[in-house]
Design a protein around this ligand. Structure first.
Ligand SMILES: [Zn+2]
Length: 184
């Protein structure tokens, strides 16, 4: 991975979000002395690709106080997706689900099911489903205009497929995955 003078809350952020080219440009254009200053200033960059996400937040200053950071993209959720307040609420509950309703191995597409099921269990099925539907429609509408929402077509197709499966699970009231939650 390109070493950067910027810090990331999540070390995978640059490669996951396709920031590597941007980081290269910054590295080449910003004078070395300034890079040192910026690095010392401990400025952290977080770059979100979706309507919302949850990430680890581990700084010494906040140890024991903040475990995770949830980021909701206001422009995306309100203006582009036109989420209503309950749909934004469902999105937030989904993100909390990533932390509280963790799948045993914490990998793969099923982590989305576990996160969904946390929101579903708390009564957000309908709003979670309608939000996901809006998300699919936006991605498809952009693609029709020749704009990829995600970096690569292949990645986008996979995400769209997963979004459809998630909607189907919600519609058919699929059994709830309860992961790490201590449920009866
Ligand atoms: Zn998720």
């Amino acid at each position: 991975m390109t070493s950067s003078f910027l810090h990331f809350i999540d070390n995978n952020t640059p490669s996951i979000t396709g920031l590597l080219a941007t980081l290269d440009i910054l590295k080449n254009r910003v004078p070395e002395e300034e890079q040192k200053k910026i690095r010392a200033a401990r400025v952290f960059l977080f770059y979100s690709e979706g309507p919302g996400c949850i990430t680890k937040f581990r700084f010494k200053e906040t140890e024991g106080q903040i475990n995770r950071l949830i980021v909701i993209d206001k422009t995306l959720t309100r203006e582009l997706l036109k989420f209503d307040p309950t749909e934004i609420g469902a999105e937030i509950m989904h993100e909390i689900g990533h932390y509280l309703n963790k799948e045993p191995k914490d990998q793969g597409a099923s982590c989305e099911f576990f996160a969904d099921d946390y929101a579903r269990r708390l009564g957000f099925s309908a709003s979670l489903g309608s939000g996901l539907k809006k998300y699919i429609l936006l991605i498809e509408r952009m693609e029709q205009q020749g704009i990829l929402f995600f970096r690569e077509k292949e990645k986008q197709d996979k995400i769209l497929e997963l979004l459809r499966v998630r909607i189907e699970r919600i519609k058919t009231s699929a059994p709830l995955f309860t992961g790490a939650l201590d449920l009866e």
